[in-house]
Design a protein around this ligand. Structure first.
Ligand code: PLP
Length: 438
């Protein structure tokens, strides 16, 4: 298999210029310098072609520059680019109506549009406090919710996100996420691991440090993203919903990464048969235009005029891109994500047989994690193999991103074709072999 000579001369020169002026805080893993893209394919400035199995961190839901999304953006840009949230426009209303239709509540929804995932989470935190009149929250170890001071307080996937930034927001206590592959808690007879985690919240957190009547909300990713693409253990969400109902706590699901069709359903929470009270969204919602949403049950969005807002909320170009994206997901890609996700899982199970470093393969739809271990008995994370797979993948023409301590996330556009999965997984198989032999 051909190894590309990377970075090429143009990429090298641009990376050098970038390093002299761009903030050094970005966690860039390898020097891919984009020139253009189409669907799942991208090209760098030196003309090298790659398959994009990262999709801009699960953002370009409809693939790179889908013609219908591009057309919607161009048409809207020619009409008006901005008017501000002090006024009204039709695409904003249409998009909110659409989000109401697909929201995972039986009750009607109300929608607050934002510009990013972290802003959606901040809006959810504020609404939960406002609506309940309570101040405290529960988050989960391994969770990722963004990098502004409120959301970063919940973020608990790596210490670097907190180092140097204290003090954070007051009032967040973390519980273990119900990771069935590496459980932290003991399960009792007749109990699932998901139920054990909720019992820990009730007995240990509520019983010792956190009066439940002070808790406004529990913020959780239905499938953890940055923390390792972890699907929660059985019984978790039913028990958590029940706990929230008993204590009048809002269940806030962060669907910034897992939502908008990524898992083969509109929202990942739909896999677990419960309804949340608030949903946060961004990433795939507009195929790459900066847009997010905080969607709540209508009865929960009780804040009054002037209590929350933003300048760019409901940006018309972002709304146009989102409406085109939602149409495409609805007509084709929701189905494709479920079908291609199943196919990708089958291919990975076959690849697993050749590679002792693969410990776990998990996910739903096109949100799949491949976890590398030092040995199968201890399940100790193998960060080295993961890092080499990422790098060798790049050198052989596939863009991959890590997550958790030792996981590669596979999150191609929801439009990915079977032939692209075949080609991408042939490279993946090859580079895992290279990493294992090194
Ligand atoms: N929530 C989740 C689950 C995420 O995965 C992310 C980003 O990766 C965020 C929130 C933050 O989104 P943004 O980077 O758009 O602020």
């Amino acid at each position: 298999m051909q190894r590309l000579n990377l970075p090429g001369p143009k990429a090298r020169s641009l990376v050098e210029r970038d390093h002299s002026v761009v903030s050094p805080s970005y966690p860039r893993g390898y020097p891919f310098v984009m020139d253009y893209g189409s669907g799942t394919e991208v090209w760098d400035v030196d003309g090298n072609r790659f398959l994009d199995f990262a999709a801009g961190i699960a953002v370009v839901a409809t693939g790179h520059s889908h013609p219908k999304v591009v057309e919607a953006i161009q048409e809207q840009a020619a009409k008006f680019i901005h008017i501000s949230s002090d006024f009204y426009h039709e695409k904003w209303i249409q998009l909110s109506e659409k989000l109401n239709q697909i929201a995972p509540f039986s009750e009607d929804a109300a929608v607050f549009l934002t510009n990013s995932g972290t802003e959606s989470v901040e809006a959810a935190i504020k609404l939960a406090r406002y609506h309940t009149g309570r101040s405290q929250f529960i988050g989960f170890l391994g969770g990722f919710h963004g990098r502004t001071i409120g959301s970063i307080t919940f973020t608990a996937s790596k210490p670097i996100y907190h180092r140097g930034f204290f003090p954070l927001m007051n009032g967040v206590v973390h519980a273990p996420f119900p990771d069935p592959y590496r459980p932290l808690l003991q399960t009792r007879d007749g109990e699932t691991y998901g139920q054990a985690v909720v019992r820990y919240i009730e007995d240990e957190l509520f019983g010792r440090i956190l009066p439940p009547e002070d808790v406004a909300g529990i913020l959780v990713e239905p499938i953890q993203g940055e923390g390792g693409y972890i699907v929660p253990a059985e019984g978790f969400f039913q028990a958590l919903r029940d706990l929230c109902d008993r204590y009048g706590i809002l269940l806030i699901v962060d669907e910034v990464q897992s939502g908008m069709g990524r898992t083969g359903k509109w929202w990942a929470i739909e896999h677990f048969g419960v309804e949340p009270d608030i949903v946060t969204s961004a990433k795939g919602i507009a195929s790459g235009m900066p847009l997010g949403a905080m969607i709540s049950r209508k009865s929960v969005m009780s804040w009054t005029k002037g209590s929350h807002g933003n300048t760019y909320g409901g940006n018309p170009i972002a709304c146009a891109a989102s409406l085109a994206t939602i149409d495409l997901i609805q007509s084709e890609y929701l189905h494709n994500a479920a079908e291609m996700g199943g196919y990708l899982m089958d291919v990975l199970e076959e690849i697993r047989m050749r590679h002792p470093s693969i410990g776990d393969i998990r996910g739903r739809g096109l949100m799949i994690g491949v976890d590398f271990v030092k040995d199968h008995g201890t399940r100790k994370p193998n960060a080295y193999v993961r890092e080499r797979v990422e790098r060798f993948g790049f050198e052989h023409g596939i863009l991959l991103l890590g997550c958790g301590k030792s996981t590669i996330r596979l999150s191609p556009p929801l439009s990915v074709k079977k032939s692209e999965i075949d080609e991408g997984m042939m490279i993946f198989d090859h580079v895992i072999g290279l990493a294992e032999r090194e």
